[in-house]
Design a protein around this ligand. Sequence first.
Ligand code: GAR
Length: 194
Amino acid sequence: MTSRLVVLISGNGSNLQAILDACKSAELNAQVISVISNKVDAYGLTRAKNADVEAIHFAKLEDETRQEYDKRLVNFVITKQPDYIILAGWMRILTSSFINHFPNKIINLHPALPNTFPGTHAIERAYEAYQKGEIEHTGVMVHLVPDEGVDDGPVLAQQEINFIQNESLEDFETRVHQIEHKLLIKTIKELIKP
Ligand code: GAR
């Protein structure tokens, strides 16, 4: 059966694009039902529209608490009957109001290894740590989201990435993204296989 995916994004959406492409080529037996962004100007919304997929800017209302926002989001996402909810660059911490409704269904991608560089700008922070001689390698991971822990949870897949001497931050970022696109698709494929 074709799996139903809801993808949450906040920005460029290159990982979303990898998912859309893999669905189109049938590498993934899945369909993106809806793409939701908390940011109005997220380019990922354009990517969704270009692929004829529902693209929703889910704006936070004035005076709305995080819990209230998440409850509204739950009510919307439930209507999509997702098999999995993929956080592909969703830069907003979900509260238990959302998480508890979707046990073992929320998958997060993070451009660092488990327990390293949680939060934003992980790629830049890892690059800087390498320049300072603090780390020898970094990586990317895909994990389940069981609670409100930031970029933390049971790891589904991870891949180490070596640094290359004198590589620019820009080139390093490009390399990390290429690796995470592949790891994300491979992990979703494993999850949805019959
Ligand atoms: C990706 O590198 C993803 O791993 C990261 O945001 C980027 C989104 O890129 N997520 C996190 O940092 C989560 N803490 P994209 O919009 O091009 O897919």
